[in-house]
Design a protein around this ligand. Structure first.
Ligand SMILES: [Zn+2]
Length: 288
């Protein structure tokens, strides 16, 4: 991806090296959070929004605790943060333009929080192990840059555009928030079974992949950012973090009812639909 020498976003909240950002024990991996939230909801019969608040969470990383004292402001970390900032700016420029054009709505930019080790969001505490996520309650995307290293080392998804795809996917959840989709889904989940809730969550995730593809289409059109192999990097990342691939890796078998993000094939397919058309309306994963 061509990104160096371009300006970054002002909407980065850099909390790296800030201690655990609210203290307390960091919560465990992302998949764990989802399960805990769902179990709590069904046990209490209460308001899932209180527990979970529609936090849209991605894969968890292996590092359950990372001491913030180990965070160093190295040249590599600095460069990585710059990259995130430029990609965020690219999402702002693209969505500001096409949100009006395609949805007749004004785009409100989200903040992106960079943290190291642990931090607090309006959706609860987060740790490195949480993986990147979007919190609708404060409209912020949260990323510990350690995830990008894991993307390469653990998820076999190398390349700068694999990282750009992850950022674009999280921003896509913000788009879903602005469109009222996340709120609707959250309401539906309150009276749904776990299997039904997972099914609708898969649709949310696949739509975010499709919107990430729409973003890539327009970002390239506007700024000529794509280099050879970039789209393959994004598709590979989408594939490597598909539910079936992750489950096969972690437990050796696949449980489709427990899917929350979709299969590798589905994730690649929806990214491609977005990228090939550049049209948000083609991303109706809820249609069937
Ligand atoms: Zn997601």
């Amino acid at each position: 991806m061509r990104w160096e020498g371009r300006s970054g976003s002002d909407n980065i909240e850099d909390r790296r090296g800030n201690g655990s950002g609210g203290g307390g024990k960091p919560i465990k991996g992302g998949i764990g959070i989802i399960l805990v939230a769902i179990v709590t909801y069904f046990m209490s019969g209460g308001d899932l929004g209180q527990v979970f608040n529609a936090v849209v969470n991605e894969v968890s990383t292996t590092q359950s605790t990372t001491s913030t004292s180990t965070y160093k402001h190295t040249a590599q970390n600095k460069k990585q943060a710059q990259f995130v900032s430029v990609v965020l700016k690219d999402t702002e420029d693209v969505w500001s333009k096409i949100f009006v054009e395609q949805m007749d709505k004004r785009y409100q930019k989200p903040k992106l929080v960079l943290f190291s080790g642990g931090t607090t969001s309006a959706c609860g505490k987060a740790s490195t192990a949480t993986g990147p996520f979007y919190c609708p309650a404060d409209q912020k995307v949260y990323i510990d840059l350690v995830f990008f290293r894991e993307l390469e080392s653990r998820f076999n998804a190398a390349g700068d555009f694999a990282q750009a795809y992850v950022i674009a996917h999280e921003v896509a959840h913000h788009i879903q928030y602005l469109l009222g989709i996340l709120t609707k889904v959250q309401k539906y989940k309150q009276s749904a079974t776990k299997t039904q809730a997972n099914k609708v969550q898969v649709k949310v995730e696949l739509q975010a992949d499709c919107f990430a593809g729409v973003w890539a289409y327009h970002a390239h059109k506007m700024k000529n950012i794509l280099e050879k192999g970039d789209i393959d990097e994004a598709l590979n990342a989408a594939s490597q973090i598909g539910d079936d691939t992750l489950q096969k890796k972690s437990q050796g078998y696949v449980v489709p009812d427990s899917f929350t993000h979709g299969t590798s094939a589905q994730r690649m397919r929806w990214f491609k639909i977005g990228f090939n058309t550049g049209e948000m309306k083609r991303c109706n994963t809820f249609a069937n």
